[in-house]
Design a protein. Sequence first.
Lengths: 140, 413
Amino acid sequence: MEKIHLEFDVDGRNFVSAGTATAKVKACLKEMGINPDDVKRVAIAMYEGEINMVIHANGGKALVDIYVDKVVVKLIDTGKGIADINLAMKPGYSTASDDIRQLGFGAGMGLPNMKKHSDECIVESEVGKGTTVTLITNLH
Amino acid sequence: MDRLKSLHTVMLNSERCKGCVTCMKRCPTQAIRVRNGKASVIYDKCIGCGECVRLCPHQAKIASYDKFEVINDFKYKIALPAPSLYGQFNNLKDVNYVLTGLKRLGFDEVFEVGRGAELCSHATQVLLNKEVIKKPVISTACPAVLELVYAKYKNLKDNLLKLLAPVDVAAKLAREGAIEKGIPEEDIGVFFISPCPAKVFALKAGIGVKKPLVDGVLAISEVYMKLLPEMKKIEEPEKLSKMGVLGLNWAASSGEAIGAGRPKYLAADGIENVIDILNSIEDGSLSDVDFIELNACISGCVGGVLNVENPFVARARLRGLRSKFPQTANTLTDVGKSFDYYKWEEEPDYTSKSKPVEDRQQVFNKMLEIQNLYSTLPQSDCGLCGAPSCRAFCEDIVNGKIPKDSKCLMLDR
C-alpha cells in the first residue's frame, strides 16, 4: 500500500527539543485533513515515545509511515532495554532517576499512555540492545 | 463574496523590489513567491499581517489604505482614532491636542476607538460569566489572528470570542449618534485611523458584520504627518476625550486580556509566538489558562506597520499618559444597548479565499507526490527557485502553480 514515509532523529538528553518529530507528523496529518481527535491521539502517543527515548535511551530514531487510513510510528532506540515489559506497561511503574522526576517526567505513564492513545502498541525489547515501540493508530 | 477579491492588503512597488527573498522567507503563511525577479503575493494565502511590509529592506512592500482625501466625499466626517495613535507623539501633555487636531483637519466629530474597546471589555466579561463557551477563549480583535485561525486552525473556531472588535462598536455608535443629531445618513462618513493593514482588509470586507461599518480606513502614519503641524497651532484644546485607561490599554498586548477580567490569562504577541500558542491550544497543553489574547504584531497594535513610532517607545508613552485618564469611562449600562449589539452579526466569511474541498485520498495522493519529490531535493530551503522552502516548491509543482519541469537551481549546480 502507498505510504508517506518520514524519518526523524530524536536527540537524547534534550527535553526541550523532544517533540519536534511529533510536531512535524502532526502538521502532516493536519494537512491531510485528518480529524483533530485522531491527530491528537497520534501526537500524544508519539510524544510520550519521544520523551521515553530521551529519558531512557539517549535518543533514537522515529520512523513514521502515513497511510490513507492509518499511521504507523516506529520508535527505535539502542538503549539499555526493558527487563520486564509487563511491569513497564503498568501505570506508575518507572525506572527514571530522581533527577528526571524532579523535571516532572518519569511518572510511569509513558508506555501506558502510548497504549491508551493508539489502536495497537507493540513493545519489543532486549536488555543491553535496545527497544522498539510500534504504535498503530487508525484514522477515521 | 466578490468584495473580498478586489481587496489586497499589500501592494508591490516593482521598481524598488530587488527580488531578494527576505519577505518570502519570513511570511508566516508562505504566501509570497519570487517570480521573474519580483516578489508576488498569493492573496488567497495572505492574512494581511504586514510582516513583509515591516521586513522589506527596500521599502518595496506597501500596505494599502485610503488616501486622506476620501473624507471629502462626505459632508459630515467622523474620525475613529485607534488608541495606538496616542503613543506616536513625543511629550504629549493631553490627548485632546490630538483630537482637536483631527477636528482642525476637517473632521466634524471624533469618536475614540478606545471607547468601543471599553465596551468590548465589558461585553467580554458578560459573555465569559454567562455563556458556556469553549475554553480557552481566543480573542478576535486582531484581524490577522482571526483570519489565521480560519485558514489553519479551523478546529479552534469554537474557542473564538464571537464579539465585534472595538472599531466596529465605535463605528456603529458614532454613526447612530450622528443620525440621532439629525444628520442625513448619506452625508455621514466614518473613518478609522488604523495602525495596521489587516484592519483595512477586515473593515472593508466587513468581517463578522453584514455590511462594512466604515467608509474608509486611513493610516496612522499619513494622518500623523498632517496632525503634527496642526497640533502645534492649538492653544487651548477642546475637551473631547471620553475614554479611560481600560480603553487605552488595548493599544498594547495584554490590554484586552486584563479588560476581560480573567486572572488566568495569556497574552502573546508577534506572529511566530501566536502560531506557537495556537499549536499549544490545539495540543490541549494550555489547560491552565482560560483567556488568550493574541496579536500578530510585536507588542500588539502599537506594533502595527502603519504606525510611525517604535512599538516599545509608543508603549512607554502610553504608560506615561495613563494618569491623565479615568479608569473606565464607558460601560454597557451607559450605552444601554442589548448584549446582541456587541456580537458578531454573522460568521466571518473568507469564502473567496478558500480552496476547493478534496477528499482524503486526493489529498493523500498529492502529499505523497510532494513527499517523493521533496526527497530528491537538497532540503536547504535556499529560496533561489522563488519558493520559500523546498517543500513549498514541491507543493507548487504538484498543485500545478509552476511547470512540472521546474528546476531546483542547487541540484543543477
